[in-house]
Design a protein around this ligand. Structure first.
Ligand SMILES: [Zn+2]
Length: 120
């Protein structure tokens, strides 16, 4: 009886491990090359020594009335830039398309800039 309970318990534990959502990397860190993993607050480098993160709560994106979505993060990590359609300026209320460009500082911190030279 006791042995049976333990067997069941082990089986459940194994199932939980298997059911646990795997944090699939969204891309490679542009600063150090490690996997970037989606967390609650953003897309973070899996390398603890690296400061790289694309925060979901992001003032730069707020100013464009945009959110850092997984799709944007994937594109930024792959191409270093991402076209953003229908950004809305918080200041002027105007709507425009632009390209978000990702760069990194020496310590791995992410920097954003906008490139208006490419249309579409
Ligand atoms: Zn990194």
């Amino acid at each position: 009886m006791i042995a049976g309970l333990i067997d069941n318990y082990e089986a459940v534990k194994d199932a939980e491990v298997m059911m646990k959502p795997v944090h699939e990397p969204v891309g490679k860190c542009p600063a150090c090359g490690a996997d970037v993993i989606e967390k609650n607050k953003g897309f973070m480098c899996s390398n603890r020594d690296c400061k790289f993160a694309l925060w979901k709560d992001n003032h730069f994106m707020d100013a464009l009335s945009k959110k850092m979505t997984k799709q944007i993060a994937v594109t930024l990590l792959k191409d270093g830039r991402c076209n953003l359609k229908k950004c809305r300026s918080v200041k002027t209320g105007k709507t425009y398309d632009t390209t978000l460009v990702l760069s990194t500082e020496d310590n791995g911190r992410a920097n954003f800039s906008l490139d208006f030279s490419q249309k579409g």
